[in-house]
Design a protein around this ligand. Structure first.
Ligand code: NAG
Ligand code: NAG
Length: 458
């Protein structure tokens, strides 16, 4: 009898699995307006993470181009806090398409060549994610975001049970230097009771990991790239450093000295130079502005040197929103970075490098990479933090600092500690590395997934 019951349960389980994999999925995207024909499937929609506060998070899921069920699952998060992973990550950086006028162009270096890519608009109030419960947008913080992200993932696996056992990686950039380690920490805590997540590694691009180190690497970066003078560099390091300024700024108490020094820094560095890529002379659309928030602005009126913003136009089309099963709730239009979210900006000061350390101790491999033309979270700060963490954990160098190759050219530099903590730069890349160096970023991503050393020669 018991055996018969067990068989029955197995049978039921089998039917549920068949149903999940064969029947049309309500979140399946049949066709995005203007998209070329592709062989892979796309899904998007909402998952409720809090019934009481009516909080719903929006995701966009792109299956791998070939053989998705044997490929890893990768969650990608953008930062801000408050910027859209769908708008920035999927449609400008490493997703399969980029909007161009009325159509979508294929991104040849889309990360779904190697993985199933899951993009999440988080927290509520970002992109198409929303809450209809009153006052839910007030002072959202890291803790709430991490909890909601965790619930989202749990619910997502109920919707896509076929990916439950896939190797899972969590990736992101900028303020996701907070989101990703904080989420991974909660996942490990759950796993220690009962294995739920098959977490195999995390990768962070130009991440905010430690407030003072990251912010104070800006002065030297500006100075060494000619953005500020010797005199101003001295003031920016001894009179008022950048971490002090940001700290005062978010407490509404900017001192006279900091105000004066920052005016000079801003005057010299000029608002016509993109701080997310100090060397490229191109127009980086305002869509790529996720850290405009972690980098407070001095002038209230900002001049956007870009006339067009393809992603914003595309995602504001009614037919596109319909195809994505997306709704605009509580806002008139879709924005790259949220105007309604009221994030607790003092959370910027929470160090997450120590959480990264605890993940490594749990055996989770970590890659910290850095687009080397970014002055917002410069490579120098990240490199110092990684080196310091390796020392603290007693990890010896396993790959000494060296160049790595993409094709016949140097893709950047790398160093690996204890075969588990990796640092890499991406040469010529901006804050949004996959946007400005898609090919090099793709090589880095592939090596990371395969836990293989970066190409040493061509
Ligand atoms: C930045 O300024 C603060 C406050 O004056 C100081 O405590 C800190 O040591 C400075 N950091 C650096 C890297 O100069
Ligand atoms: C790291 O290197 C030191 C010095 O060579 C050695 O004593 C130590 O055992 C090494 N640690 C590990 C974890 O391999």
């Amino acid at each position: 009898m018991a055996a018969a019951n067990a068989k029955f349960i197995v049978l039921i389980g089998f039917f549920i699995a068949v149903e999940a994999s064969l029947l049309p999925h309500s979140d399946k995207i049949t066709h995005l307006p203007g998209q070329p024909q592709v062989q892979f499937q796309q899904f998007s929609g909402y998952l409720t993470v809090d019934e009481k506060k009516e909080k719903s998070l929006f995701y966009y899921f792109v299956e791998a181009e070939v053989d998705p069920h044997s490929k890893p699952l990768v969650l990608w998060l953008n930062g801000g806090p408050g910027c859209s992973s769908i708008g920035v990550g999927a449609f400008s950086e490493n997703g399969p398409f980029r909007p161009n006028g009325q159509v979508l162009l294929r991104n040849e270096y889309s990360w779904n060549r190697e993985a199933n890519m899951l993009y999440l608009d988080t927290p509520i109030g970002v992109g198409f994610s929303y809450s209809t419960g009153s006052s839910a947008y007030e002072t959202v913080n890291d803790e709430i975001t991490a909890k909601d992200n965790l619930v989202f993932l749990q619910h997502w696996f109920l919707k896509f049970p076929q990916y439950r056992n896939s190797n899972l990686f969590i990736t992101g950039e900028s303020y996701a230097g907070h989101y990703v380690p904080q989420l991974a920490k909660l996942m490990i805590q759950l796993n220690n009771k009962k294995t739920i997540f098959n977490l195999k590694g995390i990768a962070l691009g130009n991440p905010l990991l430690e407030f003072t180190t990251d912010y104070n690497s800006r002065a030297e970066y500006f100075w060494s790239h000619g953005l500020i003078s010797d005199t101003t560099y001295n003031l920016f390091t001894s009179g008022c450093n950048y971490s002090r300024y940001v700290s005062e700024y978010y407490r509404d108490s900017v001192s006279f000295i900091c105000s004066r020094i920052m005016s000079e820094v801003n005057r010299e560095s000029s608002r016509f130079v993109d701080k997310y890529d100090v060397t490229l002379d191109v127009c980086i659309p305002s869509v790529l502005s996720q850290s405009k928030i972690i980098s407070p602005k001095q002038n209230s009126e900002r001049i956007d040197v870009c006339v067009e913003d393809e992603v914003t136009k595309y995602l504001n089309r009614r037919d596109v929103q319909k195809a994505l099963h997306a709704r605009l709730i509580g806002v008139r239009r879709w924005d790259v970075c949220s105007n309604i979210l009221d994030y607790d900006m003092l959370n910027l000061e929470i160090p997450t490098i120590s959480i990264v350390g605890s993940l490594i101790k749990e055996g989770i491999p970590v890659l910290i990479y850095s687009g080397d033309q970014d002055s917002v979270i410069p490579l120098t700060g990240s490199r110092t933090l990684v080196h310091g963490l390796a020392k603290k954990l007693g990890l010896n160098t396993t790959v000494p600092y060296r160049v790595w190759f993409e094709g016949h050219q140097v893709g950047g530099w790398t160093q690996v500690y204890g075969n588990v903590l990796s640092f890499a730069t991406i040469r010529g890349a901006s804050h949004e590395a996959p946007f400005s160096q898609p090919e090099r970023s793709f090589v880095l991503f592939k090596s990371f997934l395969e836990s293989r050393p970066l190409p040493q020669e061509f």
